[in-house]
Write a protein that binds this ligand. Structure first.
Ligand code: ACO
Length: 316
């Protein structure tokens, strides 16, 4: 029996109401709006309130994705939540989301940590589980409350990150929004470039320049691999949904692939880097704004701590 075709049946997103602008940050640490915009493209980010948790944001994004897909919580039998900021070390935040949504007990629910590549890792895992025929409808969610692991006195990192959640419902498709392929990678030798150490200061530490260089090379490799595997040219991609870390990284990727800036979905100017939430947030925005249309070939590409990276191809 051949594997069923699996597609993205719907998407959703959630962003906290509180906006933190570059100008406000400039009153907290020694920085300027001009420096942040010219080095990163980020203008503002959203910050979760006290009662907003990774699970509450994930559930809100998931509800929107279920409504978009026309799938009910009772039909979901798999939840994979990509996050590096779970509500607690245990239980898995995916189980809390299951309870918030009213997804029945026969669903498998677990968290996955591949940092900023988390959504693509979760997408590929869910795709494989659905393609096995043993699960039918999956919620694939990326959600982060990064504001809890940001050192708000470190200007070299605190200007980069934000909070939020994005989600996709995966299930059987007759050809629309079909996932065509995915590739995942990790280079543990570079684990020290980007980490949250245990100890008295459990905050994001990053060797920015080295991460930048690796990010461009890894994303280019991930894109070239998947295009080659599918016999495609970069010019056939209608829209790239890249991880939203830094506009200069996205521009460099475009240059190396020979793709103009308008082929790339960008949401980092308003959200900053939301790690595992960044791709599903940008994807939901791109779909709802008409940026991604039926029949379009879309490429998702990410990199993150690990260093992890990966890509996926979807025909809408
Ligand atoms: N405001 C003003 N000056 C600053 C700031 C700031 N917010 N931050 C750093 N600087 C200063 C530095 O102190 C340095 O000053 P010096 O020359 O006097 O020493 C100068 O600006 C240049 O610093 P660099 O770090 O070399 O600046 P760079 O151009 O590399 O930009 C940045 C820094 C934006 C962090 C860039 O390296 C980058 O985007 N790297 C990739 C980050 C990234 O993508 N992270 C993804 C994380 S993914 C995940 O898995 C969580």
């Amino acid at each position: 029996m051949s594997s069923p075709a699996i597609g993205i049946l719907g998407t959703g997103a959630y962003s906290p109401a509180k906006v933190l602008t570059n100008h406000e940050l400039a009153r907290m640490v020694e920085t300027t709006d001009e420096w942040i915009v010219s080095r990163t493209g980020i203008r503002e980010r959203r910050i979760a309130g006290k009662t907003e948790t990774t699970s509450s944001m994930a559930a809100a994004a998931a509800r929107a994705a279920l409504a978009d897909a026309g799938v009910t919580p009772e039909q979901v039998d798999l939840i994979i939540l990509a996050t590096l900021t779970p509500d607690q070390p245990m239980p898995a935040t995916a189980c809390l989301v299951q309870h918030l949504l009213g997804v029945p007990p026969r669903a498998a629910c677990f968290d996955l940590n591949a940092a900023c590549s988390g959504f693509l890792y979760a997408l590929d895992t869910a795709w494989a589980m659905l393609a096995s025929g043993r699960y039918r409808h999956a919620l694939v969610i990326g959600a982060e409350k990064l504001s809890t692991i940001v050192d708000w006195t470190d200007r070299s990192t605190c200007v980069l990150f934000g909070d939020g959640a994005g989600a996709a419902v995966l299930g059987p498709t007759r050809g629309t929004a079909q996932i065509l392929g995915a590739r995942l990678y990790a280079e543990g030798a570079h684990a020290g470039l980007l980490c949250v150490p245990r100890g008295p200061k459990p905050f994001i530490q990053m060797k920015g320049r080295e991460v930048f260089k690796n990010a461009v090379r890894e994303m280019e490799d991930a894109v070239r691999d998947i295009l080659e595997q599918h016999g495609l040219a970069a010019s056939q991609i209608a829209c790239v949904i890249p991880h939203q870390a830094n506009l200069r990284i996205i521009e460099a990727l475009g240059k190396y692939l020979g793709l103009p800036p308008e082929r790339f979905a960008v949401s980092l100017d308003r959200h900053g880097n939301t790690s595992a939430a960044s791709i599903p947030l940008a994807l939901d925005e791109a779909r709802r704004s008409g940026r991604v249309r039926a029949g379009d070939l879309t490429l998702l590409v990410a990199f993150g701590a690990g260093l992890t990276y990966g890509s996926a191809l979807v025909r809408w």
